[in-house]
Design a protein around this ligand. Sequence first.
Ligand SMILES: Nc1ncnc2c1ncn2[C@@H]1O[C@H](COP(=O)(O)OP(=O)(O)OP(=O)(O)O)[C@@H](O)[C@H]1O
Ligand SMILES: [Mg+2]
Length: 229
Amino acid sequence: MLELRSVSYRYAGYRRLALDRVDLTVADGEIVGLVGPNEGGKSTLCLVAAGLAPGSIGGVLTGAVLLDGESLAGRPTHELAGQVGIVFADPASQRSGIAGTVFEEVAIGPINLGLPVDDTVARVRGALAALGIEDLALCAPDRLSGGQSQLVALASILAMRPRHLVLDEPTAELDPEGRRLVEDALASLARTGTALLIAEHDRQLLASLGARLVAIDGGRIVPAEGAAA
Ligand SMILES: Nc1ncnc2c1ncn2[C@@H]1O[C@H](COP(=O)(O)OP(=O)(O)OP(=O)(O)O)[C@@H](O)[C@H]1O
Ligand SMILES: [Mg+2]
């Protein structure tokens, strides 16, 4: 379970609150769709929920972000990675740049966890299979289409087997075929008990996933009715 309790956040060097007393709970196996206007605070909430803000990018946070009841505050990024994964809209920004093949790219996370080779291979195969991209295993990561790249980024996160997944417009760069693959993968992930928070302009995707909609505007949670798909 992912919980934000009265979370306020400001970016480093800014006075204005980007998040203002946000309360949000994503239960195990639940899909929450985060909607709202541009600059509303969706991406900021994603960064905060994944512990990157303030953990990696700084800024000031008050309130509490809890994973299964435990605060994220002060926990190192490598420790968080096995518990909460984040996927962004731009696949290129998520590539390591050091892997020669998709298989190696997806293996980087598990290798960094110090897992035995057998476990690493099983995780990579499982992540590729979950997204239907086993046939990309030997491709060069920088030679894929945008949609394929995004699936590889998602596979890299799935290989860490996080129980919470935060996705910031994960289908923005995908064609309809890629979007379907991601949608299926997200639905089956939710069935395994993973908590999913998805910021997304594409209401169709959220509707077909059966997501509970939460709207954010001006950094505050607002009623979702008007914003409902
Ligand atoms: N790195 C940053 N530094 C300072 N302010 C930022 C930063 N990123 C976002 N903001 C500000 O925080 C507020 C919320 O922006 P955010 O990107 O979270 O909105 P969003 O809902 O994701 O918008 P979009 O739909 O355009 O992706 C905006 O006022 C924005 O200008
Ligand atoms: Mg955004």
